[in-house]
Design a protein around this ligand. Sequence first.
Ligand SMILES: NC(=O)c1ccc[n+]([C@@H]2O[C@H](COP(=O)([O-])OP(=O)(O)OC[C@H]3O[C@@H](n4cnc5c(N)ncnc54)[C@H](O)[C@@H]3O)[C@@H](O)[C@H]2O)c1
Length: 471
Amino acid sequence: MTRTSTSRRTFLKKLAASSAVTAVGTTALGRNHFAIHRTAAPSRVVSPNDKIRIGLVGAGIIGFIDADTALKVPGIEIVAAADVYEARRIRVKEYYGAHVDTYVDYRDLLAREDIDAVLLCVPDHWHSTMSIDAMKAGKAVYCEKPMTRTVAEGLSVVEAAAETGVVFQVGSQQASSILNQKARDLIDAGAIGPVNMVQTNRGRNTSLGAWQYSIPRDASPETLDWDRFLGSAPKRPFEAIRAFRWRNYWDYGTAVAGDIFVHHFTAIHKVTNSIGPTRIQASGGLRYWKDGREVYDIIAGICDYPETENHPGFTLTLATNWVSGGGDLTMFRYVGSEGTIEVDSRGLTLRQVGITDKDEHTPEAVLAGYNSVYTWSEAQREEFAKWFMANRKGPQVAPPMKGETRYDVPDGYDARFDHFANFFHSMRSGTPVFEDAVYGHRAASPANLCNDSYRQKKIMEWDPVEMELLS
Ligand SMILES: NC(=O)c1ccc[n+]([C@@H]2O[C@H](COP(=O)([O-])OP(=O)(O)OC[C@H]3O[C@@H](n4cnc5c(N)ncnc54)[C@H](O)[C@@H]3O)[C@@H](O)[C@H]2O)c1
């Protein structure tokens, strides 16, 4: 459990209070979005005509994807990259050009004055340290999710972001997705009534999906700086499997909750205008991928979101199964009393059926349907039928069926591109980012607390306003 000192607490309280308000903002793309939980005005603003020079830290799977996406935004140039593994540094030069300087130590990259922004695409155990170092070096930071691994790390990043005032955005593209904005607009317009439940389900049935990423043939302490990989993690002899499948070990990764659930929390908080749950519990186990990993391959989480002035009370269920024999099954559903919104990768489906008491008016349903009447004696059934027909409320009331409506994003739509465009727009214009450190902390913490609940076998009590773990 993390408790903060009195002065730190006062500081964080002020921060939490100022950032609990959401405001409407306009994005780089000209759409009207809700700007998220602004903490401080960025001090380092790039002129609209200037090129933004970026440095990539961590040239792994998402490092290349993020850098490619960033470079699609006009006016962006990559000038440097840092990685502890040699073949990835070489690959950076092969792919982006020999002019891109590469480093083993990310601090050499941060020391360069000509770099405006860094993309932090490293394993989770490096996120807080590198974010803080980069912010202190005056760089704008795009830090991959989950922002941090613990509440304490999260608070440190929140504090550093507020103190330095640089542009800091967590790389959870859900925050910029037009699909989530559409879901929010529909909910705000009452399309599904008050949200009472959110359900997510994710299944995978492949070894790569279960994080058995390939290990290069030359992996060794000669080609990979193991000490720099470990950082603050416990010292141990080199193990290639840990370096290249770090997600499977608690010292470096955050398991499925930090990897996947955090995207869900980011999306749900945007769509429902929530700052987080108060009770968090999870259970699961390692059932199939017993390759030496420490983390589970199946987990289910339950979170309570009590009513606030921003949203009604609702329950969240999260289930993830890397041993899903039915294939890659994914579901993301907002449920309200008037309908549901199901979000998928290409769009969303709004189903409006509503709650109906039509059965109460129907002799077929009440007297002969799936009801308790048929279990009574003849005499009781007759007496009840007479009473029912004399007292029934009138003709059958049709359910308020409004049908099914589908919204698709345009072909080729990429929320990650929007997220980068919004990040660079913030750097150029000073407008709020779409997922700042406070938002990132409020998304990462419940995800990480799912892990704590699973590992400690207890319900975690979280205060999303004060951003404090209560028990
Ligand atoms: N937003 C998304 O959709 C998304 C998708 C995938 C991954 N991610 C996040 O991105 C991060 C990276 O994931 P990945 O799948 O690309 O991992 P990866 O293992 O493919 O890449 C990580 C890279 O970081 C390097 N590295 C490790 N320690 C380093 C250090 N101290 N200094 C410099 N480089 C270091 C590794 O050598 C490797 O090249 C994770 O936090 C993950 O959660 C986000």
